[in-house]
Write a protein that binds this ligand. Structure first.
Ligand SMILES: [Mg+2]
Length: 122
């Protein structure tokens, strides 16, 4: 079963990810802060990490860096605020993020398709 780790300080978001992906056959691991997310990523080696950029404590870009240092094959999708931060998105991709999604996510099906693409080496 494909393991997805969702790291977000908003419980509503991680709950939504569980509600959407679990019935579709994914195992969904949840962390509500960056440090916890990093700990779980290192222990569980999920295929995919959904990482919120703006979190108190360990920020999403630091989590991204640490996750990829630990295991570069984990596909990291960054969840960013929709502020037209094209520069942020470019920077995150340069750091190794697979892609970025703006919050609120308007299409969970798009997110799922992106995850499938990432897993198929796209
Ligand atoms: Mg946040």
């Amino acid at each position: 079963m494909t393991k997805i780790l969702t790291i977000d300080d908003e419980i509503e978001f991680t709950t939504l990810m569980q509600a959407y992906f679990e019935p579709r056959g994914y195992e969904v691991l949840v962390a509500n802060d960056g440090a916890e997310g990093l700990r779980i990523a290192k222990k569980e080696n999920p295929e995919v990490c959904l990482i919120d950029l703006k979190m108190p404590g360990l920020h999403g870009d630091e989590v991204l860096r640490e996750v990829l240092l630990h295991n570069p094959s984990i596909k990291c999708i960054m969840i960013t605020a929709s502020e037209g931060e094209g520069k942020t998105s470019e920077k995150l991709k340069e750091m190794g993020a697979y892609t970025c999604f703006d919050k609120p996510i308007t299409s969970l099906r798009n997110l799922e398709n992106t995850i499938k693409e990432a897993l198929n080496g796209g």
